[in-house]
Write a protein that binds this ligand. Structure first.
Ligand code: 5GP
Ligand code: MN
Length: 336
């Protein structure tokens, strides 16, 4: 575990808050929470994301202000150039910022990393990195308290941070055994947030097409490998067109195979325009972050990681299936 905490003196004017490609609930909740604190303090603050984010996060307070690429390159460059401080939120590798890296590389602003992924390789002037927390949102709340900013907390900010903790723990089903997480959640609930409503606005927000696509995936696109305690799901471009695929529609698909008795390792492959995006999940000690880093140009957490490949979907699937025998012992080495 690596933990580096530093108090930060925030005496800067303009702030840009940046997060990772394919932003998830934690990325969006954390950046929105932080930005609303700084806005309350009187700073000019922008949230910038490298690509669009799922519709089920667009109702979060402040989400309408988020600037996403592609399409706003000049504006993003201008904001980053004018910023005195850049926050890097919820990622441990600068490459995860994709096209935002370019304007960032030209900026001499003070850089602050707030993240919970292992082994950060981001160069920053202040590093707030703690792999023991459930989510970056939990860390953001602690950052707020430790820096004497709690007086700027409000209900909207609590909603955003709660959404971050909830989504990064799969509604408190993994990565959420620390009592500290519940202390933070207790504090957030004190802002009178409607926890049940946050849940259903995020998880009960899908289209009919998305539900049918899930059914189709489980029926037609799932492969099980009981001897390796592994299952995978794949989705090609045609499948996505047929079901009118929209950003976020495949969110959570990777988790389904883990509910099969005995399955410890789950993978999801989705064909994009110019690459294949891969997601991995595991139960127990099987480290999907190192697996992804070794074979799929990715990384993440021990039990949740992702990666990508520019090879064809067929080649990527073949590669994955071919790797399983190498991990047979490791994958069978767990107690249920
Ligand atoms: P997801 O499968 O939901 O996209 O991502 C799961 C976890 O893996 C997240 O913590 C995310 O930050 C990380 N991750 C996803 N894709 C990549 C990738 O391409 N590279 C790296 N380094 N991490 C990734
Ligand atoms: Mn996270």
């Amino acid at each position: 575990m690596r933990k580096l905490q530093k108090k930060l003196s925030i005496k800067y004017g303009k702030i840009a808050i940046l997060t990772h490609f394919n932003p998830d609930g934690d990325a969006i909740g954390s950046t929105l929470g932080l930005s609303q604190i700084f806005t309350q303090m009187g700073h000019e603050c922008s949230v910038i994301v490298p690509n669009d984010f799922p519709g089920f996060l667009k109702w979060l307070p402040g989400a309408e202000e988020i600037i996403s690429l592609p399409g706003h390159e000049a504006k993003v460059a201008e904001i980053i150039e004018a910023s005195d401080i850049l926050f890097f939120v919820d990622f441990n590798d600068i490459r995860r910022m994709k096209e935002i890296r370019e304007p960032v590389s030209r900026s001499s602003a003070h850089r602050v990393l707030i993240d919970h992924h292992p082994d950060p390789v981001v160069t920053a002037d202040s590093v707030i990195s703690d792999t023991s927390v459930s989510s970056t949102a939990e860390l953001v709340y602690r950052f707020i308290v430790e820096n004497g900013l709690k007086k700027y907390m409000n209900k909207d900010i609590a909603v955003c941070l709660f959404a971050g903790v909830m989504t990064d723990t799969g509604c408190f089903s993994y990565n959420s055994s620390s009592p500290e997480t519940y202390k933070v959640v207790t504090e957030l609930l004190r802002y009178n947030i409607d926890k049940d409503r946050i849940y259903y606005r995020i998880y009960d927000n899908f289209s009919c097409d998305r539900m049918r696509l899930l059914g189709y995936c489980l029926n037609e696109r799932m492969e099980c490998f009981p001897e390796y305690r592994t299952a995978l799901i794949w989705l090609n471009r045609e499948d996505q067109e047929k079901y009118h695929f929209r950003t976020g529609d495949s969110e959570g698909f990777v988790n389904y195979p883990l509910s099969i008795k005995g399955v410890r390792f789950s993978a999801f492959f989705i064909e994009k325009k110019d690459h294949v995006k891969v997601s991995f999940r595991s139960k127990g000690d099987f480290p999907v972050n190192t697996f992804s880093a070794s074979h799929f140009n990715g990384g993440g957490h021990r039990n949740a990681s992702g990666g990508e490949s520019v090879e064809s979907l067929e080649a990527v699937l073949e590669k994955f299936r071919g790797l399983l025998p190498e991990y047979r012992e490791q994958l069978n080495d767990y107690e249920d």
